[in-house]
Design a protein around this ligand. Structure first.
Ligand code: SF4
Ligand code: SF4
Length: 694
């Protein structure tokens, strides 16, 4: 009879779960198409490394191992859960009846040790959530009650697993003590029980365990713990760690017949952006590393994702129909002002859930994306919404209007004439592509100078330094001079895809006209844009950042350097986001510094390499006022100064400006140098110069 009852309960539970799973999939369908089944080997690798090996979770040295333990324990215990289900359906079924005894004992040990470890982890996580209350788990409408309920259910599952096994031992199960390290001692304590009492304990505990499994399963679709099911598929389908070019913004078809560009609501996002909402664990790792949030701005990447899910759960039932009492999720869903369909449809993701202020606070540093343990792309939602603000609504901070106008008129975000682009090279004998072309020559590399490197007085020193290194190393190079114009990256990051595509196509046309194949640039934003995003528009070039190029020249001993002058120097290198998290270049700048300065000691700020804190200039923030909270560049500069370094090294003209400005605010005398300046300062002069292409 109990098997019939269990079969009935199981069928009911699976049917209800299946109903909810289909409902949630129907909601995803209101999003746009997005093909995600390319490069399967890479996706499997991500699934294994991020999903199974939990490499992202383990980046947090305190809570990470405990969460990983619960996850791995969850996987191990699924084998036991299957036995429970089969036992409920088939009278007398147990793995003992199909496995050789040693293998069965191994199974029992694995279950009990895992249950013990998970129980300890759950106790610690409950203590942390209820008593310690870390900042990362607060705010953004995070539902602690939901987490406490799920942790309690997991704890209950572990306890009943052990109690059931202990009662079976009391009833005479013939299993070696060593195979049941937890239930055997418990059985010893329960030895006084009569067989009748032990049977009641065993059956009650077994039923509670089985019902908790089915309750857990059916609670998931109504809770943020949906991630238990969705996180692995989400990691498999994510592009944040590849396949494709990491960090590249989504291509956009401007010829498309549409009244809405970018995303104002969940119906304009892709189904994958919406799946991200289901996968979010609300762990707050993204927000805890967001430079905007850390310095007091309104932006929280977790809120961006949670609000996207809330809006989806508010509007999707109305769009797809079936907003009955079972269909409407009760956790994480928002409600229309008066709960009516009209009010729900009047809402939008933009403004009602996510404000302009949040969107414009983003520096596009990718710290949130990098940190997310379930491979969510918070930045893609922000970028799509910025596109909507600019292209569809013409709503953007007024201070970026001059940058847009200047980009359109002068091909530079600053109001400089193209004729001023090559002024830095006066007297340096640096040829332009046009001059070389006329002579029938081709350079080995094109030095893409960039707008900062061409017009900004401080950045021009880096440009000169790099050109001097190239000349000293005998590299045949050229610049575009007046023919260079902005590649459009600032416009793209600020949501102006029209302007971006216009500038990018123009740049590609110029580069292709000169049959350019290899480009070196000292700007990480130009490096990323030309190398990683131009291919979307048909521009394919080998692009090398100057830090990598200099490092190679030094390694090949092509740069004639002065001998060690014995001067000891302590330097702190600041990682640029577009070199680091966008392109994984961390070692080349550090190696270049060490090779150029044999007596340099490199010190690291607490947040460095892939955990590096942004300087605050990315995502077009360079052109916007920072009115709220602490300035990001000041926060970063303080951190770099606290290392006690004699100087700060950078490999980006934007970082240079931001850290210099912060230095002035802090009245610091610690200088900031670009890698190229450090190397150029050690060049031999006179006969140290090799024959150059200039
Ligand atoms: S990209 Fe950087 S600034 Fe933008 S939300 Fe993510 S962490 Fe914050
Ligand atoms: S987006 Fe990722 S990192 Fe942020 S709260 Fe959700 S799961 Fe955590």
């Amino acid at each position: 009879m109990s098997h019939v009852a269990f079969a009935f309960v199981l069928a009911l539970a699976l049917a209800f779960f299946s109903y909810n799973a289909q409902r949630l999939v129907r909601y995803l369908r209101i999003g746009n198409g997005d093909f995600r089944l390319n490069d399967i080997p890479r996706r499997v690798w991500n699934l294994f490394m991020i999903g199974i090996a939990q490499t992202k979770i383990l980046r947090d040295p305190s809570a990470g191992p405990v969460h990983a333990l619960v996850f791995w324990g969850f996987l191990v215990l699924q084998v036991g859960a299957l036995e429970i289900i089969l036992h409920g359906l088939i009278p007398g079924f147990s793995y003992a009846s199909i496995l050789p005894a040693p293998l069965h004992w191994l199974f029992l040990v694995s279950q009990e040790l895992t249950a013990g470890a998970v129980l300890a982890a759950v106790a610690w996580l409950l203590y942390r959530r209820v008593v310690v209350k870390p900042k990362r788990l607060q705010g953004d409408g995070v539902h602690s009650g939901d987490a406490i309920f799920i942790l309690s259910v997991i704890g209950g599952l572990m306890v009943t697993l052990i109690v059931t096994a202990a009662a079976e031992r009391v009833l005479g199960a013939d299993i070696p003590t060593m195979a049941q390290p937890l239930s055997a001692p418990l059985a010893g304590l329960l030895g006084w029980m009569s067989p009748g009492a032990a049977t009641i304990v065993r059956n009650t505990s077994w039923w509670i365990h089985a019902l908790l499994i089915l309750t857990f399963l059916n609670y998931l679709p109504y809770s943020k713990h949906l991630h238990v099911i969705v996180s692995l598929p989400n990691t498999f389908l994510s592009n944040t760690s590849g396949p494709g070019t990491v960090g590249a913004m989504k291509p956009m078809d401007l010829e498309m017949e549409t009244e809405v560009f970018g995303a104002a609501d969940v119906t304009h996002l892709s189904w994958k952006n919406l799946l991200d909402g289901y996968a979010c664990t609300e762990c707050g790792r993204c927000t805890s590393v967001c430079p905007a949030n850390l310095t007091g701005k309104l932006l929280s990447p977790r809120k961006i994702v949670v609000n996207t899910r809330q809006r989806l759960l508010e509007v999707a039932p109305v769009i797809v129909g079936g907003d009955d009492v079972f269909g409407m999720p009760f956790i994480g869903a928002a409600k229309g002002d008066d709960g009516t369909r009209a009010a729900v449809l009047e809402h939008k993701l933009l403004d009602n859930f996510i404000t302009e202020e949040e969107l414009w606070a983003c520096t596009s540093c990718r710290a949130c994306v990098y940190e997310c343990p379930v491979s969510i792309d918070q930045l893609e939602i922000i970028n799509e919404m910025r596109r909507n603000l600019v292209l569809t609504e013409s709503r953007f901070p007024e201070e970026i209007q001059p940058a847009f106008e200047s980009l359109e008129r002068n091909g530079s975000p600053w109001a400089f004439q193209p004729s001023e682009r090559e002024k830095w090279a006066e007297g340096m004998d640096v040829p332009t592509m046009a001059e070389m072309w006329e002579r029938g020559e081709r350079p080995d590399i094109l030095f893409w100078v960039g707008c900062m490197g061409s017009f900004d007085d401080r950045a021009k020193k880096t440009t000169v330094a790099f050109a001097r290194i190239l000349q000293a190393a005998g590299i045949k190079f050229a610049i575009l001079g007046q023919e260079e114009s902005c590649n459009g990256d600032p416009a793209r990051r600020m949501g102006n895809e029209y302007l971006y595509q216009m500038l990018a196509k123009q740049a590609i046309e110029t580069l292709d006209r000169y049959e350019v194949t290899t480009i070196v640039t000292s700007c990480p934003h130009c490096f990323h844009q030309i190398g990683n995003e131009f291919p979307q528009l048909g521009g394919n070039y080998e692009v090398i950042h100057h830090s990598t190029y200099i490092e190679r020249l030094l390694a090949d001993e092509m740069v004639p350097l002065k001998h060690d002058d014995g001067q000891k120097l302590v330097m702190a290198y600041h990682d640029s986001c577009y070199l680091g998290r966008y392109n994984e270049i961390y070692d080349a700048p550090r190696e270049a510094l060490k090779r150029a300065l044999p007596v340099v000691t490199l010190v690291e700020a607490p947040r460095s390499r892939d955990k590096g804190l942004c300087c605050g200039a990315g995502g077009g923030r360079m052109w916007m006022e920072e009115r709220v909270g602490q300035r990001i560049n000041v926060e970063r500069k303080q951190e770099l100064l606290a290392t006690g370094a004699d100087a700060v090294a950078v490999a980006c003209p934007f970082c240079m400006t931001m850290l210099n400005d912060a230095g002035a605010k802090l009245e610091s005398t610690v200088p900031v140098y670009d890698i190229a300046e450090v190397v150029a300062a050690r060049l031999q002069t006179g006969d140290g110069r090799r024959e150059t292409g200039g």
